[in-house]
Design a protein around this ligand. Structure first.
Ligand code: 5AD
Ligand code: SF4
Length: 362
């Protein structure tokens, strides 16, 4: 106990400290870490929860990540692209319900038609909503030119997870070809930053053959590349993927959940002023996963606005919650908000404080 308190008081946590904290399994010790994360969160980013309405625009993807349910080779998936008018309707819903931000997410497609389509949608969304919505894109690795075009068309933020910062693990969970290249992914993150996006990245927690040391490295990686936002969550197996064969190596759902909560807390402690999303995968392994992450460290929630006729086909992993409609989720959160004084920040963009400071300095 004394050691934990002492460690948590340090200005900088070393890899050794992170490993030590990640190895705490007892309730009381874990609570100390969570308390510290809450304290940091309150001091640096406040207790508000910022909303991003999530639109899962298309499940087409040219990639074959070994863990992902919508990988190219999964022929069981019914592929879709949300119609323009439906995307606009979602944006309008977010606008009218004071979400202030939306996220357009899709599998990785890079043809000219797709690139143009996203640019057009960005422009139309801004026209429809009086330029008042902040838009995040999460459409995978693209050329720097494409990122630039989308930025100019009105995308403000971009999410591109590194998935695992350990190159060996990265190679174990992706096919080893030019489409799935670790260095290219890091370069893409660099390009996004150079263009001027608020940049988000993240990892999966509890992957097969991932150790506590690897997770400590992941935290330090996110700090070193100086991201503005993080979206991370537990790895959740999907039956129709190659990585499912390694399911025997996985921690239990509860184990992955507990590890995820400590990861969220430590991330907040080492990256005090970033935006941290409470991700959907948390709800796939625990009933109150997202709420708990918000109570400890996260400050961003992404209610799913994807029209219900498409939503079931964006099945990244088994048990992905798709029934919790956006208004139900926000109502649900409202009921919990008093627990740690959190409240939903309707009408606020909730830019990453880290981004604001990083760009002011220049
Ligand atoms: N478990 C958890 N997260 C997953 N993702 C894809 N497949 C899985 C899975 N099986 C996440 C990846 C990707 C994001 C779109 O979804 O981190 O970046
Ligand atoms: Fe495609 Fe992303 Fe799934 Fe990989 S994780 S297969 S890039 S949707």
């Amino acid at each position: 106990m004394i050691d934990i308190k002492k460690t948590l008081k340090k200005k900088e946590l070393s890899k050794g400290d992170l490993i030590f904290l990640l190895s705490q399994y007892n309730k009381d010790e874990r609570q100390l870490i969570f308390e510290k994360a809450r304290e940091v969160k309150k001091k640096y980013v406040g207790n508000k929860i910022y909303l991003r309405g999530l639109i899962e625009y298309s499940n087409n993807c040219k990639k074959n990540c070994l863990y992902c349910g919508i990988r190219y080779n999964n022929k069981k998936v019914k592929r879709y692209v949300v119609k323009d008018e439906d995307v606009l309707q979602c944006a309008d819903y977010a606008f009218k319900n004071n979400y202030a931000s939306i996220v357009l997410q899709s599998g990785e497609i890079s043809n000219k038609y797709f690139v143009q389509k996203i640019s057009n949608l960005l422009k139309e969304i801004h026209q429809l909503t009086d330029n008042s919505l902040k838009v995040t894109l999460s459409c995978g690795e693209q050329t720097k030119e494409t990122y630039k075009r989308w930025f100019e068309a009105g995308a403000h933020r971009y999410l591109l997870r590194i998935e695992s910062s350990n190159k060996n693990i990265y190679n174990n969970i992706h096919p080893n070809d030019i489409k799935h290249n670790y260095e290219k992914r890091i370069q893409a993150l660099q390009n996004l930053k150079e263009i001027g996006y608020q940049v988000g990245s993240g990892i999966m927690i509890g992957l097969p053959e991932q150790s506590i040391e690897d997770l400590a490295d992941d935290l330090l990686f996110l700090k070193n590349i100086n991201v503005d936002m993080v979206g991370m969550g537990p790895y959740v197996e999907h039956t129709d993927t190659p990585l499912y064969q390694k399911k025997e190596l996985l921690l239990s759902k509860n184990g992955r959940y507990n590890l995820s909560m400590i990861m969220f807390a430590l991330l907040r402690i080492i990256m005090k002023d970033i935006n941290i999303a409470s991700t959907t995968a948390l709800d796939a392994i625990s009933d109150f996963g997202r709420i708990e992450a918000l109570n400890i460290a996260a400050n961003v929630l992404m209610p799913n606005l994807t029209p219900t006729n498409y939503i079931a086909n964006y099945n990244l992993y088994n048990n992905k919650p798709n029934s919790l409609l956006a208004y139900k989720l926000t109502n649900h959160i409202e009921q919990y908000k008093n627990r740690h004084g959190c409240s939903i920040a309707y009408g606020e963009h909730g830019n990453s404080k880290h981004f604001n400071l990083r760009t002011q300095k220049k």
